[in-house]
Design a protein around this ligand. Structure first.
Ligand code: BG6
Length: 491
C-alpha cells in the first residue's frame, strides 16, 4: 500500500501527542493498542508519547493509572515488566484545551526535545469530545506548533465527524486550514476489524467468489451490527445522535461500500477510496415515498429513563433500512442494514444470500446458498450448502463449511486500533475515511433523517431489552429476501 515518502537518509523520531489522555478511549483502546505494537516491535525505534489531560497529575501517577486500566481492558497478554519499559516512553502533560498559553508550553516541551540532526514526526491524536476538535486544531496553528520543522505532522481524528453534512463541512473547513487532506486521518474503527480487511482477500483472491459477486447470483446482502448493551453512560451524546448518525453514516455504510465496490486498480489508499466513493455516489436517493418499505426505527423500552436522556426522547436506538446501489453490478439487489442497541446478542456480520438455484424437488424446499462473513464476536466465514442426506431416500440437508478464524487464532486478533495507529505512523490512509466519502455518507443519512422529520414518533417502534428488535422487522425484509438470516438462524 502506498505510503507518504519519508526521506531515508535523515534520522527521524516519532512523537505521538494524544489530546484526551485521561479519557476513556485512551485507557480502553489507545494505550492497550500502543502496548501491543510495542511488545510486537512494530513501533518506530525512537517513539515517544505525550499524553495530554486537563487534570493535575504527575507522569508517575499517570503511568500507574495506565497500568491499571490496561490490565482491566486489554484482551491480550500483558506483563508488568514490559509495560514498565513501555510506559517510560510516556509523559503526562497538563493542558487546558482553550488556553493559548498552554499550547505555547506544549510548543516549548516539543522544542526542548529537539535533537541536532534529527527530524521529528508528529502525530496529533484527538481523542476528545468533538466540541474541542476545531479549537485544538486552531491552537496547533496559533501556537506555531504546525510551523515546527518536522519530517511530517499528521492529525488523527475520532468520530463523530460532524452531526450532519452542514456541521461536518464546517469542521472540515476549519481543520483543512491547518492540515492538508493527505495528513488528516479520520477514524472508522470498523474498517480496521480483521474480517472487514479480509473481504478484499475473499472477493479478489478467490475466483469462485469473484465471478458470482453480482446481481445475477446474489439475491440480497444483509449487514447486521447488533449490540447487547444500551447507551450506558453515554446518554447525553447518544440522545442527540441516534443510531442513524452513530452507526449507519459511518460503520454500516463503510461495510456496504467494501462489500459492493468494484475491484480497485491497486490496493493504494486512493484507488480503494475512489471505488468506495463510486458506491456512495450510486446509492439510490432516499425519499419519503413508501417509507415503511425502506425504514424501521426502534427504541428500546426504558431508553427514556436512561441517564441524560430526554424523557420524551424520539431518538432511535435501532435502525433497519433497505438500500439500493444503482450500478451495473448491483441493480435491483437490496442491501439490508440493521443495527441496534440493547438487543439479545452482540454480533456483527455480513450475510450474502445467493439466488435459489434449485432445479429438482428433494422433499423439502431447498434454501439458497448463504455466505456469512462473521466480524464479531466470532471471526470467520461460513458457507451454507445444500447436500444429500445419507440414506436410501433422497432427502436434502443444509450444511455449513466453516472457517473459524477465532478458533484457529484463539480470539487473538489485533484490535482495530493497533492497525489504525500503525498505518497512520506508516502514512497509509487506506483504512481512514476521506472527506468525499464523508460528504456522500452524510448526504445520504441526512436524507433518511429528513424523510421522517416531524413524524418521527409515529415511526418509532418500541422493542424489549434483550429481544431481537421490534416484531415489524420480520415483515420488513420479506419483500426482497427470504429472511433476516442472522435473526432466523437456527445454527
Ligand atoms: C461506536 C459507537 O462508534 O461503535 C458506539 O459510537 C458503539 O455507540 C460502538 O457501541 C460499537 O463498536 P464495537 O467495536 O464495540 O462493535
Amino acid at each position: 500500500m502506498k505510503k507518504d515518502k519519508a526521506s531515508t537518509d535523515i534520522k527521524t523520531r516519532t512523537t505521538m501527542v494524544i489530546f484526551g489522555g485521561t479519557g476513556d478511549l485512551t485507557h480502553r483502546k489507545l494505550i492497550p493498542a500502543l502496548y501491543q505494537l510495542y511488545i510486537n516491535k512494530y513501533l518506530p525505534e525512537d517513539f515517544s508519547l505525550i499524553s495530554i489531560g486537563r487534570r493535575d497529575k504527575t507522569t508517575e501517577e499517570y503511568r500507574s493509572d495506565l497500568l491499571a486500566s490496561t490490565k482491566r481492558f486489554s484482551t491480550r497478554n500483558l506483563d508488568d515488566e514490559s509495560f514498565d519499559t513501555f510506559s517510560r516512553m510516556i509523559t503526562y502533560f497538563r493542558l487546558d484545551f482553550n488556553n493559548e498559553k498552554d499550547y505555547e508550553r506544549l510548543h516549548k516541551e516539543l522544542d526542548d526535545r529537539d535533537q541536532d540532526g534529527v527530524l521529528d514526526n508528529y502525530m496529533f491524536y484527538l481523542a476528545v469530545s468533538p466540541d474541542y476538535f476545531t479549537e485544538i486544531v486552531e491552537n496547533l496553528k496559533t501556537s506555531r506548533i504546525r510551523k515546527k520543522k518536522s519530517n511530517w505532522q499528521r492529525l488523527i481524528i475520532e468520530k463523530p465527524f460532524g452531526q450532519d453534512l452542514e456541521s461536518a463541512t464546517k469542521l472540515n473547513a476549519a481543520i483543512s486550514k491547518v492540515f492538508d487532506e493527505k495528513d488528516i486521518y479520520r477514524i472508522d474503527h470498523y474498517v480496521a476489524k480483521e474480517m472487514i480487511q479480509n473481504i478484499n482477500m475473499l472477493r479478489f483472491q478467490n475466483a469462485i467468489f469473484e465471478s458470482i459477486w453480482n446481481r445475477t447470483h446474489i439475491n440480497s446482502v444483509q449487514i447486521t451490527v447488533l449490540e447487547k448493551e444500551g447507551v450506558g453512560t453515554r446518554g447525553g451524546y447518544y440522545d442527540d445522535t441516534g443510531a442513524l448518525r452513530d452507526m449507519v453514516q459511518n460503520h454500516l455504510l463503510q461495510l456496504l461500500a467494501i462489500t459492493a465496490m468494484e475491484p480497485p486498480k491497486t490496493l493504494d489508499a486512493d484507488d480503494v477510496r475512489n471505488e468506495k466513493v463510486k458506491v456512495f455516489k450510486a446509492l439510490r436517493e432516499f425519499t419519503d415515498e413508501h417509507l415503511e418499505e425502506k425504514l424501521i426505527l426502534g427504541q428500546y423500552s426504558g431508553y427514556q429513563k436512561e441517564d441524560k436522556v430526554d424523557e420524551d426522547s424520539t431518538t432511535e436506538t435501532l435502525v433497519a433500512t433497505k438500500v439500493y446501489i444503482d450500478n451495473k453490478r448491483w441493480e435491483g439487489v437490496p442491501f439490508y442494514l440493521l443495527t441496534g442497541k440493547a438487543l439479545k446478542n452482540k454480533t456483527a456480520q455480513i450475510t450474502i444470500e445467493f439466488k435459489n438455484s434449485s432445479r429438482y424437488h428433494y422433499g423439502a424446499n431447498s434454501e439458497p446458498n448463504i455466505l456469512e462473513i462473521k466480524i464479531q464476536p466470532d471471526e470467520g466465514i461460513t458457507l451454507h450448502l445444500n447436500v444429500k442426506q445419507p440414506g436410501v431416500i433422497d432427502k436434502m440437508a443444509m450444511v455449513e463449511m466453516d472457517y473459524c478464524q477465532s478458533c484457529l487464532y484463539l480470539f487473538n486478533s489485533p484490535d482495530s486500533y493497533e492497525k489504525l495507529i500503525l498505518d497512520a505512523i506508516n502514512g497509509d490512509s487506506t483504512l481512514f475515511t476521506r472527506w468525499d466519502e464523508l460528504q456522500l455518507t452524510w448526504k445520504y443519512v441526512d436524507s433518511i433523517i429528513s424523510s421522517v422529520k416531524g413524524s418521527k414518533s409515529s415511526y418509532l417502534r418500541c422493542y424489549e431489552v434483550g429481544s431481537d428488535g421490534p416484531p415489524e422487522l420480520k415483515s420488513f425484509i420479506q419483500s426482497g429476501a427470504r429472511h433476516w438470516w442472522y435473526l432466523n438462524r437456527e445454527y
